[in-house]
Design a protein around this ligand. Sequence first.
Ligand code: FES
Length: 146
Amino acid sequence: MYSEKVMDHFQHPRNVGEIENASGVGTVGNAKCGDIMRMYLDIDDNGIIQDCKFKTFGCGAAVATSSMATELVKGKTIQEALEVTNKAVMEALDGLPPVKVHCSLLAEEAIHAALWDYAEKHNIKIEGLSKPKSDISEGETEEEEY
Ligand code: FES
């Protein structure tokens, strides 16, 4: 049912964790299943993504797609990172079963939410980026204090 690459990234997910003082952090929820994903991006002054980490309350397919997505955006420019769509991630993983396609959206949207956060913090506009509807980041910093 799952490709070898999916199993590999599920069993040995890359880049799990947090980045302290990340340039951008995005948290999104999957409307279909209620799972949650948080993505951290470390972006340097030249707009290159130096590091990317994630955490998820998601299924195996969400773990595998996020793991692959973090690998794909590392070292990329912001514009290149926008091309890391859920389709691109699924292709890199040799596909997902149709019922699991929605899980791959979490990673794409979490990257977009983290980039949105980065743009807001730096008061810039990233061409081609809109705020993901699934963005649930609002107000979370305050809540985390407790
Ligand atoms: Fe929720 Fe896969 S079932 S992300």
